[in-house]
Design a protein around this ligand. Structure first.
Ligand SMILES: *[C@@H]1O[C@H](CO)[C@@H](O)[C@H](O)[C@H]1NC(C)=O
Ligand SMILES: *[C@@H]1O[C@H](CO)[C@@H](O)[C@H](O)[C@H]1NC(C)=O
Ligand SMILES: *[C@@H]1O[C@H](CO)[C@@H](O)[C@H](O)[C@H]1NC(C)=O
Ligand SMILES: *[C@@H]1O[C@H](CO)[C@@H](O)[C@H](O)[C@H]1NC(C)=O
Ligand SMILES: *[C@@H]1O[C@H](CO)[C@@H](O)[C@H](O)[C@H]1NC(C)=O
Ligand SMILES: *[C@@H]1O[C@H](CO)[C@@H](O)[C@H](O)[C@H]1NC(C)=O
Ligand SMILES: *[C@@H]1O[C@H](CO)[C@@H](O)[C@H](O)[C@H]1NC(C)=O
Ligand SMILES: *[C@@H]1O[C@H](CO)[C@@H](O)[C@H](O)[C@H]1NC(C)=O
Ligand SMILES: *[C@@H]1O[C@H](CO)[C@@H](O)[C@H](O)[C@H]1NC(C)=O
Ligand SMILES: [Ca+2]
Length: 569
């Protein structure tokens, strides 16, 4: 272990750790002895905490999106801490690799939706030799989500939980987890590399730290982050307001057909006919939704939903065109943008009413719950009606969310210069066919950081400067933080934490990002993802790929949010 060689005392400690088995190390008493003392951070109380530890052997994971197949053993530690002056309890769960596999690394992980953690994210760090952690945010257990504690009661916010969810819990976990890991493995002052990996809400949690705590991690893998939260959550309601405004709630099969037709038409535009839309920008430039009019569709019955058949209507094509164009207010000013052409239309999904025999608008609870809980402060899971809700209402809700939660959930602070100054690295990725968070959202934030930090330089120079430490990779055909069943031949950056580690520890920058086809007949095939603003283009009948820049394509990703009088990063 060359890493330890220059530190005599530490080398001894490390040797001790190496000679010790997982079973010997992984006991309640040893874990308790590794808990950092009260005073590590102001306000953090770790005296009298409950600590449990149990070894787990030969855990096997396979067919996961964020890490390769593996078998590993680990020490499962759970501890709690509280805040000075408060009678609270925050739970932390660490998975620590076997001592012979430990590689001086820490990885923080996040959650999805309103969850701040997901146990399924923990293997992703352990298999890279990292102690890996998750937090319950103090919400009352790892299975309790933010919406289970917010608001506190009708009309009453829960600011403690809000700030924990927004960014505080992660900052505390990293500090405590890193100190615990050093104690547990006897590292003393030797370098512990620290990382983050998360997608969706987990991606937002990653940016929440990068934007505020530049020293916390050496690098972060940030997938499809739910940033620009005020806009992001309300945006889920947009298709239903379009259905209401255009007075057309189609059988969902009609919309599925439009999506399928978009995919087939746009697949070859990237130069490779593989069922994958690798260039949704070219799709936007060339595809017309009215080309789908008259095409026949059929979906078999399932449950209480009857079989659906018919042909795509003019109203259906117009509905799709309006939705993919994104939210404009009544004066035609842009309030937000939508998913890329070819992305599924699940937010527009209608519901069959067996009592009326009609298809009806189905309010998205993703958007509705944000409005009820966080804007109206009501303990309700959904808004009950779209009565009185117009495009302007959505714009106003977006602005209200931005303003009310700007310092905690919005998560778009664009000045990352302090993080850059510490040598921090970001690998960000986003499915190009994401049907839940607009791919253009990640592009917008990358562009906001570029103009904030390097605004006076040319496009080429500023892009090059930013890409030296913050690289964004759009994933052809991929859905929301996942592979896409409609485009199974697309790749997914399953080993991106490995690529980040190579970048941080060996200065091996991912010029293109390794990705693997995870389904379909080409399962296991390796592909490379292009770094924004370069875009993939296949040549020689889909056999060789290059990363190219095209101004017209680039322009389709850039939006002027002129519905607001303030900057929206
Ligand atoms: C774990 O797997 C290894 C290799 O197959 C085996 O030698 C060992 O006995 C297994 N450990 C347990 C506790 O099952
Ligand atoms: C980890 O420990 C906690 C607390 O004891 C326990 O609830 C959980 O089931 C353990 N997980 C594994 C994988 O052993
Ligand atoms: C909170 O307010 C909503 C809307 O007025 C009401 O439906 C619900 O019953 C209230 N919840 C409680 C616990 O009082
Ligand atoms: C859309 O394509 C998928 C396969 O890619 C298929 O399963 C589904 O039935 C199609 N939907 C319609 C409405 O044709
Ligand atoms: C299809 O829509 C485009 C613009 O969306 C329009 O220019 C064109 O005339 C339309 N074609 C037909 C046949 O309606
Ligand atoms: C949201 O609420 C509306 C109105 O009560 C209902 O029609 C819809 O099914 C709900 N959506 C979900 C996902 O619960
Ligand atoms: C750009 O130039 C202006 C005027 O020289 C200066 O005030 C500003 O700080 C510069 N901005 C950046 C991001 O370098
Ligand atoms: C990326 O893929 C190449 C080719 O398969 C491989 O040699 C390299 O080790 C991979 N890099 C990482 C960081 O996984
Ligand atoms: C191009 O590639 C496709 C798919 O691999 C293959 O079916 C087709 O024959 C190829 N066309 C030519 C001209 O080589
Ligand atoms: Ca293709």
């Amino acid at each position: 272990m060359a890493k330890f060689a220059s530190f005599g005392v530490l080398a001894a400690a490390a040797t001790l750790a190496q000679a010790t088995s997982l079973a010997e190390m992984c006991t309640d008493a040893k874990a308790k002895a590794a808990v950092p003392s009260t005073g590590l951070l102001p306000g953090i109380v770790t005296s009298d905490v409950d600590v449990t530890a149990n070894p787990v052997y030969n855990e096997t994971v396979s067919d996961e999106d964020y890490y390769p197949d593996a078998t590993f053993s680990f020490c499962n530690v759970t501890m709690s801490y509280s805040h000075n002056g408060k009678d609270d309890k925050v739970l932390l769960n660490f998975w620590l690799p076997s001592p012979e596999k430990f590689s001086n690394r820490w990885v923080s992980t996040g959650g999805f939706g309103f969850a701040i953690n997901a146990e399924s994210n923990l293997p992703g760090g352990v298999i890279y030799g990292a102690a890996t952690g998750r937090t319950d945010g103090g919400f009352g257990g790892f299975d309790v989500e933010f919406d289970g504690v917010f608001p506190l009661a009708n009309g009453t916010s829960n600011l403690e939980a809000l700030y924990m969810f927004g960014y505080q819990a992660h900052s505390e976990m990293s500090s405590i987890g890193k100190a615990f890991t050093k104690n547990f493995f006897g590292l003393g002052d030797s370098k512990l590399y620290s990382y983050y990996q998360g997608c969706s809400e987990g991606g937002r949690e990653g940016f929440s730290q990068v934007q505020r705590f530049p020293d916390e991690w050496d690098g972060a893998v940030i997938g499809a982050p739910a940033i620009r939260y005020g806009q992001q959550q309300v945006n889920h309601l947009f298709p239903q307001v379009v259905e209401k405004t255009l007075d057309y709630a189609p059988p969902y099969c009609e919309l599925e057909k439009i999506v399928n037709l978009t995919i087939s038409a746009c697949d070859p535009l990237d130069g490779k006919a593989d069922g994958v839309v690798g260039r949704s920008d070219l799709c936007k430039l060339h595809f017309e939704f009215n080309s789908t009019i008259g095409e026949e569709y059929y979906c078999a019955s399932s449950g209480s939903t009857p079989a659906q058949s018919g042909s795509v209507t003019k109203a259906g094509a117009k509905l799709a065109d309006t939705i993919y164009n994104g939210l404009l207010d009544s004066e035609g000013r842009r309030a937000y943008f939508w998913y890329q052409y070819g992305a599924e239309m699940e937010d527009a999904e209608t519901e069959y009413s067996s009592s009326t025999g009609e298809w009806e608008i189905d309010i998205s609870s993703l958007g509705g719950e944000w409005v009820t809980r966080c804007l109206q402060l009501l303990e309700l899971d959904n808004i009950s009606t779209l009565e009185g809700v117009s495009y302007d209402t959505l714009r106003d809700w977006m602005l209200e969310g931005l303003q009310r939660y700007e310092d905690v959930l919005q998560t778009t602070w664009p000045d990352l210069s302090r993080f850059e100054a510490t040598g921090g690295k970001i690998i960000s990725y986003h499915g190009e066919q994401d049907p839940s968070i607009p791919t253009a959202s990640s592009v917008r934030f990358h562009e906001s950081v570029r103009s904030t930090l390097y605004g006076n330089e040319s496009f080429a120079k500023s892009t090059a400067s930013l890409n030296e430490w913050y690289r964004l990779f759009l994933v052809p055909g991929a859905a929301h933080c996942a592979t896409n069943p409609l485009q199974p031949n697309g790749p997914f950056p399953q080993t991106s934490l490995g690529s980040l580690i190579e970048w941080v520890e060996k200065d091996d920058m991912p010029v293109t990002l390794n990705a693997t086809v995870l389904a379909g007949e080409h399962k296991g095939e390796q592909q490379q993802l292009c770094a924004w603003p370069l875009r993939p283009l296949w040549k020689n009948n889909g056999t060789t790929m290059s990363c190219v820049f095209n101004q017209e394509s680039y322009d389709t990703w850039i939006y002027d949010l002129d519905a607001y009088d303030i900057p929206v990063y």
